[in-house]
Design a protein around this ligand. Sequence first.
Ligand code: GLY
Ligand code: MN
Ligand code: MN
Length: 473
Amino acid sequence: MFNKEVYIERRSKLKKEIAKGLALFVANNEASLNYPDNPYTYRQDSNFSYFFGLNHPDYVGIIDFESGEEILFGNEVTIDDVIWMGPQPSLSEQGARIGINQTKELKNLFDYLKKAKQQGRKIHFLPPYRGDIKIIYSEYLDIPIHSLSENASIELIRAVVKLREIKDDLEIAEIEKAIETAYFMHTTAMKMAKPGMIEQELTGVLEGISISGGGPVSFPVILSVDGQTLHNYNHHNVLTEGRMLVVDAGAQTSNYYASDITRTTPVGGKFNQRQKEIYEIVLAANMNVINNVGPNMEYFKMHTLACRTIIEGLNALGIMKGNVDEALNVGAHYLFMPHGLGHQMGLDVHDMESFGEDNVGYDEKTPRSKKMGFSGLRLGKTLKPGFVFTDEPGIYFIPKLIDIFHAEGKFKNFINYDKVITYKDFGGVRIEDNILITANGSRVLGRPIPKTAAEVEATCAAKREWIRMKDFL
Ligand code: GLY
Ligand code: MN
Ligand code: MN
């Protein structure tokens, strides 16, 4: 947790954004895995964490925009809690930790909300995304579960996006801590990427490094020689020479801030000619964005720049052909990069996506494109200092997609299918970094993680060492 002043200031900023009504923030519950007392690893709701800091289930935070009142509702600690979980702070002590002096027993919340409703006051809430929490909102607010999302407060969504998307120094330090852990995850994966290893052996080690760094992974580890499957959560392949291993993995800090890094490594530690050629194009796309991105620029333009770089590179290899501008305009690059360049990140690895992608990555000035090759972009709007997001271009050879487009003759003026079909056994390459927009430009966050072909090869050749995370975090 940060100091209480951080949470006091965040709530006070939120109060300046909204004039009427009150906001209801329900903390995440313990979620059962296979029987009630066997829970998933606890994860607080990011919005509750942002405004109320406490890493605790069964709490509800209220902010009254008219009176300025802030209340923490929760249950008092029982002797059972102490027996099973050790000494616990009282509800009022918990309130004091985040600068809230008004605490009330959770059983009083129904009456509190009933009174607000009777007075005709608006109760703002954010779209809930977990089944059990939807039930709680539904009961408190007397709104059917299926219409919770449409009744969520767009005013509150906009206000929270405005605050959360500008990361302050404390948050940037947290994200860099998460990247430091990711540094060890990724360099370890490179050193372990030897023929004969099973993907799950690497995955297990990476998850362990993340936990050693203070928190679980920030999303399920994507680690596969079938990197052409964008989010491949299967880890059963045996690594063999000649394959590319895509590792897309990040850590979560004890304060829930995320990293999201991808590196692609040739199994055995040496790129062959064909791998290097594709790798260099993806690297050029990633670096072109790093070298050109800055404040007051739409990220859509950077997506376009990365796609252009990929088309130019594939044209040079004879995989694509024809006029680059026309290929870009029709979205022919979609065959090779069917995803967007990046997304905001922070407390969520896809920051605030529970509000709906368009409410976070787009605005009135920049609506989402409907065109193939552009519509999948999660972040398109104008970047401001304090924004943190990913730069994650890739090139993938997806056999099924190649077959479908080939059969349809899709983009046939821009795709050299005779050549593309010889790459159906290639897999994919993705390279992902986390970028901060500064007042005058941008900065790649964290300690540089080996990225050029030479750096990756040198890391693969290095010996795996025993790491104590405490020495780095
Ligand atoms: N964590 C998946 C992604 O890169 O967005
Ligand atoms: Mn990623
Ligand atoms: Mn990402």
